[in-house]
Write a protein that binds this ligand. Structure first.
Ligand SMILES: Cc1cc2nc3c(=O)[nH]c(=O)nc-3n(C[C@H](O)[C@H](O)[C@H](O)COP(=O)(O)OP(=O)(O)OC[C@H]3O[C@@H](n4cnc5c(N)ncnc54)[C@H](O)[C@@H]3O)c2cc1C
Length: 389
């Protein structure tokens, strides 16, 4: 099989890239290890930056999003019995974030791709990449095949084969592993009116939503926590306490239908390109979920990559392709900074001294009273403008 751009992975990075290229008349094939049902049901992120929604609109992929998403207009932070209200439109130039599950984005992008007669080979595991004479060896239906292409887009997530294909002496890896994790649940219950983060003496908590009937809640837990040790009653009791809702009047309890523990980590691998291989999304970087950035960063990467490829196919000019890694990493590091800042502001760190805790509380007090500090958080949360590449 031969195509112009061979894409590994049908997550947000691979799917958005395929759609943007298709609109510019550039052909691609997506190889995806898992089945269509598996990738469409994978529950992950749910907060879309204004820029991500703009990209979906420009691609004409926002039909269901327009009907079913929810606009989140504010973010609340609770600490020491105080509440900070961050109004997105007021502090963010009229913009806000949109709540629409990653699995819904993926479903919409797969459906549109197949309608366009674009190729996605499900249950096709990429095995090896040739970065000089670009091609991908993969296994499908028990047979090994080769996809030849002009470029390989490594959109295969954190555990894929693309990043390890780049020689160790070329790649620098920056890594921070946090000493705690998030226990996340989905429940059939009405959410709080605002997305609400809490820095509580008992640990971090977050109440967010996926719809007006489905809540997405998180609790900070030790990294080795077993979700089975958390009965529904234990989860709700702890969430009420961490949100200062001891009387249980505020948070609505409901049937919990998904529960998992996710570690927190920040990781960046640079450069994001080697020969004709270009990394995008989680294949190159992951951020702790406190800033709600993973999916949005994947979209920002492929926006830059697609522009570079379009320029190459139109003019033969490779300058944008050569700049790809540098342009993306500018946004990546700003996003890692913000995600690390939100993580450090809102969690209880086992390693913190009483001095560190006082500094953290002073930071929250400052945020409570400073419009400048609030504007900084809102500007980053709704998404920095796309880089001029
Ligand atoms: C459990 C979990 C929870 C998360 N929660 C949040 C959240 O609440 N908020 C937030 O902002 N972000 C969250 N994230 C991060 C966000 O979901 C990711 O940043 C986003 O999925 C990145 O998209 P991607 O396309 O780069 O990678 P992925 O979505 O990981 O897609 C990569 C694809 O490549 C495929 N693949 C891998 N290896 C191969 C191979 N060898 N051959 C073929 N295909 C392959 C995979 O099956 C997958 O479909 C979460 C991530 C995880 C893992």
């Amino acid at each position: 099989m031969r195509t112009q751009v061979g894409i590994i992975g049908a997550g947000p990075a691979g799917l958005f890239l395929a759609h943007i290229l298709h609109r510019a008349g550039i052909e691609s094939v997506i190889l995806e290890d898992r089945s269509r049902a598996y990738v469409e049901d994978r529950v992950r992120a749910g907060v879309l930056e204004a820029g991500t929604v703009d990209v979906m609109e420009q691609l004409g992929l926002d039909g269901r999003l327009k009907r079913e998403s929810i606009a989140d207009m504010a973010l609340d932070i609770r600490f020491s019995s105080q509440r900070i209200h961050l109004d997105f439109p007021a502090l963010g130039g009229g913009r806000h974030v949109t709540i629409y599950g990653q699995q819904e984005v993926v479903k919409d992008l797969i459906a549109a791709r197949l309608k366009d007669n674009g190729k996605i080979v499900f249950e096709a595991e990429a095995l090896a990449i040739d970065t000089k004479n670009p091609s991908i060896r993969y296994r499908h239906e028990g047979k090994e095949e080769t996809l030849e292409c002009d470029f390989v887009a490594g959109c295969d997530g954190f555990h894929g084969i693309s990043r390890p294909t780049i020689p160790k002496n070329v790649l620098t890896e920056y890594d921070r592993i946090y000493s705690f994790a998030w226990l996340g649940v989905l429940s059939h219950s009405a959410p709080l009116p605002e997305m609400t983060y809490s820095n509580n003496e008992r640990g971090f908590a977050l109440c967010s939503r996926r719809s007006m009937k489905v809540s997405r809640h998180y609790l900070q837990v030790p990294v080795d926590e077993d979700p089975d040790d958390w009965s529904d009653a234990r989860f709700w009791d702890e969430l009420h306490l961490r949100l200062d809702d001891g009387s249980k009047h505020e948070i609505v309890e409901g049937e919990i239908f998904q529960k998992n523990v996710a570690p927190l980590r920040a990781f960046v691998a640079a450069p994001m390109q080697h020969g004709r291989l270009f990394l995008a999304g989680d294949a190159s970087h992951i951020v702790p979920p406190t800033g709600a950035k993973g999916l949005n960063l994947a979209v920002a990467d492929v926006r830059v990559l697609s522009r570079a490829m379009i320029e190459f196919y139109r003019t033969g000019d490779t300058k944008r392709l050569e700049r790809y890694s540098d342009v993306c990493l500018r946004r990546v590091w700003k996003t890692v900074r913000f995600s690390a800042y939100m993580t450090s502001l809102l969690h209880r760190f086992p390693e913190h001294s009483p001095f560190d805790r006082k500094i953290q509380l002073a930071e929250l007090e400052y945020l409570h009273n400073s419009k400048a500090a609030q504007t900084t958080i809102v500007e980053n949360y709704i998404g920095l403008p796309f880089e001029d590449d």
